[in-house]
Design a protein. Structure first.
Ligand code: GTP
Ligand code: MG
Ligand code: ZN
Length: 310
């Protein structure tokens, strides 16, 4: 398994589970629980260790070193109280695939989050794979058509989109195939069905799932920690707790269009070259491409919205 390959040294392993102040480390076939060394704890104001990290531990069973990361999927942390500083929250390290999960219904898809996940993945140079699950809830209804057109829109941008149902098993073979090799991170709002998909792929896992609120369709924040699971089919997947908001972190406004793959070919070709923010500037090739129908107006609006946040 890719992520666990480098874990054979005697005091080196991969973080496979993270709860408050405690980390499970897989090293070879064994798993041990570590805390953070004082040095690491006070090194930064955010947690220096994420699932997927390769770490070394000391004789006291504390993580003493985090090896350099290949990449990391981050978001802007929610600010706990007014006046507090936002910081980078690393969701997972050494990631091969970011998998935004949406429910076709219950909860209603919050599509505005999709471009946030994908832009964050692109900025870390991690491929994205879009999953829309609970398709059984909409088959034969008008919502199914709407979902297929959203799927087509993202496929046109070069993303693989898989429609599934943990209930009927539809799409699970395709999903397993797409997840094979490397570390995949499921991200999405609470209740969209992330843990249910894992259970459907690997029934032995028996992860806790919980019905969404019948009136609001909102999830109940059932999964409360990050954990990596390996499946018989060869997938290694991080199940994450439902995320309410996903703020962009560390993305420069000048680079944002590069993280929309369909806009990338035009970057630098506008009248104002790399100085163009692709908004009201004359001679903007991206806006012209939107006008010609080569870039989706929906994605372009999403770009403008995210630009104002960076
Ligand atoms: N009809 C239907 N229901 C599903 C499907 N997948 C999940 N559910 C239901 O949706 C509810 C929420 O599923 P979970 O797997 O707990 O969702 P989650 O994304 O892990 O939620 P958090 O752990 O809170 O982030 C449960 O009642 C599941 O049974 C599906 O494909 N079809
Ligand atoms: Mg869950
Ligand atoms: Zn431009």
């Amino acid at each position: 398994m890719n992520v666990l390959i480098n874990s054979n040294d005697s005091n080196r392993g991969v973080v496979i589970k993270k709860t408050t102040n405690s980390y499970d480390i897989q090293s070879g076939k064994s798993v041990l629980t570590c805390t953070l060394s004082t040095k690491l704890k006070y090194q930064s104001d955010s947690d220096p260790v994420a699932v997927g990290d390769v770490i070394c531990w000391n004789d006291a069973g504390q993580i003493s070193e985090v090896l350099p990361r290949r990449n990391q999927l981050s978001r802007r942390s929610a600010v706990p109280m007014p006046g507090a500083h936002a910081h980078e929250q690393v969701i997972a390290a050494n990631v091969d695939r970011v998998v935004p999960v949406f429910a076709a219904a219950s909860p209603k898809p919050a599509w505005h989050l999709l471009d946030r996940y994908l832009v964050s993945a692109e900025s870390a140079d991690i491929p994205g794979l879009v999953v829309i699950t609970k398709m059984d809830l909409v088959e034969g209804r008008p919502e199914a058509g709407e979902i297929r057109s959203v799927a087509a829109e993202y496929q046109a941008c070069g993303y693989e989109v898989i429609l599934t149902s943990a209930e009927t098993g539809a799409g699970l073979d395709d999903l397993c195939a797409a997840l094979s090799g490397g570390l995949s991170v499921f991200v999405g709002k609470s209740g969209v069905g992330k843990s249910s998909l894992l259970n459907a792929i690997e029934p032995g896992l028996g992860l806790r799932v919980q019905a969404t609120n019948q009136i609001t369709g909102k999830g109940r924040h059932t999964t409360t920690h990050m954990e990596i699971f390996q499946t018989e089919s060869g997938a290694v997947i991080v199940d994450t707790p439902g995320i309410r908001e996903f703020g962009l972190w560390g993305i420069d406004q000048a680079d944002l269009a590069l993280f929309f793959p369909e806009m990338r070919p035009w970057v630098g070709k506008c009248k104002f070259g790399l100085g163009c923010r692709h908004d009201q500037e004359p001679g903007c090739e991206i806006r012209l491409a939107v006008g010609r129908g080569e870039i989706s107006p929906y994605r372009y609006q999403s770009y403008l919205k995210l630009k104002d946040e960076t």
